[in-house]
Design a protein around this ligand. Structure first.
Ligand code: ZN
Ligand code: ZN
Length: 268
């Protein structure tokens, strides 16, 4: 197929949902109801993770931060994992997002991440009623353990992990950017696309850990304004070892970011 024809087809596929429906008749991934990727009832039943862990050693914690033993090896401060890949619906949402040109799927995953973030922020909040009874050691401990980005959530910057332009053109749109936009709109957060991917590399999933790291070196660049003292949430669909998120975090910290946290729908 010529590039122009392919581009035209991509354009049609990504912009006209009704044509898309003719080619891939959609039905709820949970219960089979026709015409939607996920019906409201099945969406409500998606389990949201309430506990997190250190991505490297899997030690459980509240906010997904790297534990003191593992943190020195990472530029990334931690990773927030909203759902479980073991959940059949979450896994198929993510797989379909990768292989179809469907903005609706990005919207659903965006809404799921919004629910997750609301839980996460609430967990860090010390309610007025709590303070009414006075401050005690337990509450001070809770405040100490809560990352600053949780208290300063409304000022943080959302950055989607970039796709290479070639891939984006092939796919018709960047699904991670679409997810990040949904979140940014909901919380009224600033969103930046200043992080770009420089080289077209083979997909990470097929590579060993060592090759993944080599594959990522010099792969990203920051093209936006200084990030001095900015707290950043780096959005991606899934995390595996965290090497992509960490490589992005390195670049963002070189640009001045004070904290960089990953936010993903699941761990693949
Ligand atoms: Zn359903
Ligand atoms: Zn650890």
């Amino acid at each position: 197929m010529s590039i122009n024809k392919k581009r035209f087809l991509n354009h049609v596929l990504s912009s006209r949902d009704f044509i898309l429906d003719l080619i891939f008749p959609i039905e709820c991934l949970g219960c089979g109801t026709e015409g939607v990727w996920l019906c409201k009832d099945c969406f409500r039943q998606l389990p949201i993770r309430t506990k997190q862990y250190c991505l490297n050693c899997k030690k459980p914690n509240e906010f997904g931060e790297f534990c003191p033993d593992c943190a020195p090896a990472y530029a990334l401060d931690g990773v927030w994992i909203a759902g479980d890949y073991e959940n059949k619906i979450i896994a198929s949402l993510i797989k379909n997002l990768k292989y179809h040109f469907a903005r609706d799927l990005a919207e659903i995953l965006g809404q799921f991440l919004i629910l997750f973030l609301r839980n996460l922020i609430n967990k860090g909040r010390i309610g007025k009623t709590d303070l009414g009874i006075g401050i005690n050691e337990e509450k001070i401990e809770k405040i100490k353990k809560t990352p600053e980005i949780i208290f300063d959530f409304k000022n943080c910057l959302l950055i989607p992990v970039p796709l290479h332009k070639k891939r984006e053109r092939w796919r018709g749109f960047n699904q991670v950017l679409a997810i990040a936009k949904t979140i940014a709109t909901h919380f009224n957060l600033e969103l930046s696309t200043g992080l770009i991917r420089l080289k077209h590399r083979p997909p990470q999933a097929k590579l060993s850990e060592a090759k993944r790291k080599r594959n990522l070196r010099n792969c990203f660049a920051w093209t936006g304004a200084s990030l001095a003292n900015r707290r950043v949430i780096l959005v991606d669909d899934v995390v595996t070892t965290g090497s992509t998120l960490n490589e992005c975090a390195k670049i963002l910290k070189q640009a001045g970011a004070s904290e960089v946290w990953g936010l993903v729908a699941a761990k693949g």
